[in-house]
Design a protein around this ligand. Structure first.
Ligand code: PMP
Length: 288
């Protein structure tokens, strides 16, 4: 069965899906995106993704292309047409197509693209054994809270991880504090068993998995402390892990050359993997 994408009002074969060469996403990375997890043919945590999308659009002064309800119809239609049960949906909204000029164009319609694919799940090997992360300087701009398609520093960091046979790169600010992964949020477990993750601010993307996991942990009486932590603290931590829509909760057992604790996923992380897995399977999954 061939894959179907949505491009500006049309459902088209994936191989023929394209936007104009003067789309501002293509020329300026002037756009935002969301990645949704699909479980049983449905999108997970839809309201939270919509909130983040609307916020990203608002911060960049890009018009909302349509109401969340209308967007839901398209997202589900792409899932349906691709007969996806498990996978991810990618949604991208750019400022639109206009002759190249840095200044915002007047009267431009935002471009909307939706694609979907199978996979996008953490491997059981990574979840069972944990992964290695490397550390890299955070060279990004001052608005990492916006889920912009401008991801050059992130892809360079991820490529560095790949070349070091690592799963992820943790970006480190000029004070030696971890901001977040190239495509995930970074967490540690302190000696008292509390979860520690960087507070929401311009330095990190507010991950939906981060948001949901924080709630799930707190419901279980696990304390979540939002504060920056250093690379040295992470290396000496009891446990570490990353979260994202495609990694879920993935244990980190090594940072650069330093093995964390006994080099195996810890009990808190293992508990969180189960909690989050149950959330994906059982959450109030929105379907339009
Ligand atoms: N930080 C960055 C830089 C990311 O790219 C991502 C994934 N898009 C995340 C964090 C995690 O966000 P989410 O949990 O919404 O996938």
């Amino acid at each position: 069965m061939s894959r179907i994408a949505y491009v500006n009002g049309r459902y088209v074969p994936h191989h023929a899906a394209g936007v104009h060469v003067e789309d501002r996403g293509y020329q300026f990375a002037d756009g935002v995106y969301e990645v949704f997890t699909i479980e049983r043919g449905r999108l997970v945590d839809v309201p939270a993704h919509h909130n983040r999308l609307m916020r990203s659009l608002g911060e960049l002064g890009i018009a909302s292309p349509m109401a969340p309800g209308a967007l839901d119809v398209i997202l589900h239609e792409v899932v349906r047409r691709n007969r996806l049960q498990r996978g991810i949906v990618y949604l991208q909204v750019t400022r639109g197509v206009s002759p190249r000029n840095h200044v915002f164009p007047d009267d431009v319609e935002p471009s909307v693209v939706v694609t979907a694919r199978r996979g996008g799940r953490p491997s059981s090997e990574n979840q069972d054994n944990g992964v290695t992360v490397i550390t890299v300087p955070d060279i990004r701009w001052g608005r990492c809270d916006i889920k912009s398609v401008s991801l050059l520093p992130n892809i360079l960091a991820k490529q560095a991880a790949r070349e070091a046979n690592a799963y992820e790169a943790w970006q480190v600010d000029s004070d030696g504090m971890v901001t977040e992964g190239a495509s995930s949020n970074a967490w540690i477990v302190d000696t008292d068993g509390n979860l520690v993750t960087r507070p929401l601010a311009n330095a990190i993307l507010g991950g939906i998995t981060r948001l949901v996991l924080k709630q799930l942990a707190e419901e279980q009486g696990i304390r979540v402390i939002e504060r920056p932590f250093s690379v040295a603290e992470a290396m000496a931590a009891r446990e570490a892990f990353v979260t994202s829509a495609t990694s879920f909760v993935t244990p980190v057992v090594q940072i650069d050359d330093r093995v964390i604790a006994n080099g195996k996923p810890g009990s808190t992380t293992t508990r969180l993997i189960t909690l989050y897995g149950n959330h994906v399977r059982n959450a109030q999954l929105t379907k339009t």
